[in-house]
Write a protein that binds this ligand. Structure first.
Ligand SMILES: Cc1cc2nc3c(=O)[nH]c(=O)nc-3n(C[C@H](O)[C@H](O)[C@H](O)COP(=O)(O)O)c2cc1C
Length: 336
């Protein structure tokens, strides 16, 4: 049976093009973040509490918001009110950037999927740090853990990627419960090369040096489009550098499961990604003790359960949330 969001809100949002609908939804949630009465209304969707501690952080439930929905960190309180157990903002880059030309998000409703080639459109680390500082000073910081996902600015050459990541890290770490290094988005040329063991090792080494007295958990977000041998190399480097967690996975460039007439350039997410990304979770859990945060194709309670059975400690939603709305959180929370 369809939930209230699917019956009433989704038809309105889906009457707009995908990016306009996304901007409208985020704007409304941003507005709601300022009003206690609106936040109370959002709380009616909350799933039951299901506390869990992972890499030293307490989560009120294991269902998080995946990176990309709130790239600029404008609606933190609303996500928390909806009942997400943690919220990952970003991807934030050192330089503000507009991203790729529009249109750049495409819906595939029959497949419960999206294709996007946004290319890290975001306000940049300086502006986002200022926004987060204002929120913290206003004493309205959300009660849930906040992850900040950082990536490389498009204009920065790959050889200078480490400095670019460090710039964002230095500005944003004071606001983050954990930091995600995004080395797996398919829409920034060359970014995925940072998953190569030597390059990843250099990046993590610099983060290790920066850690200081109160190190923040660092999490690495990986692509589903890597071979078993490549994953082995990534795990070895992550273990050597004591990475706190691995997010498996980002969107895929493997579009073989969708009809060619619907195809678009970009990263595919949602149901067609589910199996592949669960396979990555299973592989990591079998080979390593690093906690896994599962992301990819979670569209109902069964696909969420599949991730935990594969060995995930936490899960994150994106495309499923676009199609099913806040009811999805409750459905998963109640059936876990
Ligand atoms: C429109 C869109 C934008 C995204 N932007 C980001 C991003 O900025 N950074 C990131 O790490 N992942 C990004 N993702 C990937 C999601 O966080 C998630 O890992 C992926 O979509 C798989 O989960 P899903 O199948 O539940 O959507 C984006 C996904 C979509 C659909």
């Amino acid at each position: 049976m369809k939930n209230g969001y699917e019956r009433f809100v989704r038809p309105l949002l889906f009457s707009l093009d995908a990016e306009t609908a996304h901007q409208l939804a985020v704007r409304l949630l941003c507005g709601a973040s300022h009003f206690n009465v609106a936040l109370r209304a959002l709380k009616s969707f909350q799933p039951p509490s299901n506390p869990k501690t992972v890499f030293g952080i307490n989560f009120s439930n294991p269902i998080g918001l995946a990176a990309g929905l709130d790239k600029n960190g404008v609606a933190l309180r609303a996500w928390a009110a909806l009942g997400f157990g943690f919220v990952e903002i970003g991807t934030v880059t050192a330089k503000a950037q507009l991203g790729n030309p529009k249109p750049r998000i495409f819906r595939l409703p029959a497949q419960q999927a999206l294709i996007n080639r946004l290319g890290f459109n975001n306000d940049g680390a300086d502006a986002i740090a200022d926004r987060l500082r204002i929120l913290r000073n206003s004493k309205r910081w959300p009660t849930v853990p906040v992850g900040i996902n950082i990536g490389k600015s498009r204009a920065t050459p790959l050889e200078q990627a480490t400095d670019d990541y460090l710039y964002s890290f230095r500005l944003l770490r004071e606001f983050a419960d954990y930091i995600t290094l995004n080395v797996s988005s398919p829409n920034t040329p060359g970014l995925r090369e940072l998953q190569e063991p030597q390059k990843l090792s250099e990046l993590l080494q610099m983060f290790g040096k920066e850690a200081g007295a109160a190190p923040k958990p660092v999490v690495v977000k990986i692509s589903p489009d890597i071979s078993a041998a490549e994953l082995e190399g990534i795990l070895a480097v992550c273990e050597e550098h004591q990475v706190a967690g691995i997010i498996a996975t980002n969107t895929t460039l493997d579009h073989s499961s969708i009809p060619s007439q619907l195809d678009q350039e970009g990263g595919l997410s949602g149901s067609p990604l589910q199996e592949k990304s669960t396979a990555s979770v299973r592989e990591i859990a079998a080979r390593s003790t690093i906690p896994v945060i599962a992301s990819g194709g979670i569209c109902d309670a069964a696909s969420a359960r599949e991730k935990f059975q594969a060995g995930a400690q936490l899960i994150q939603l994106y495309t499923g949330f676009v199609y099913r709305g806040p009811g999805l959180l409750r459905e998963i929370g109640e059936k876990l």
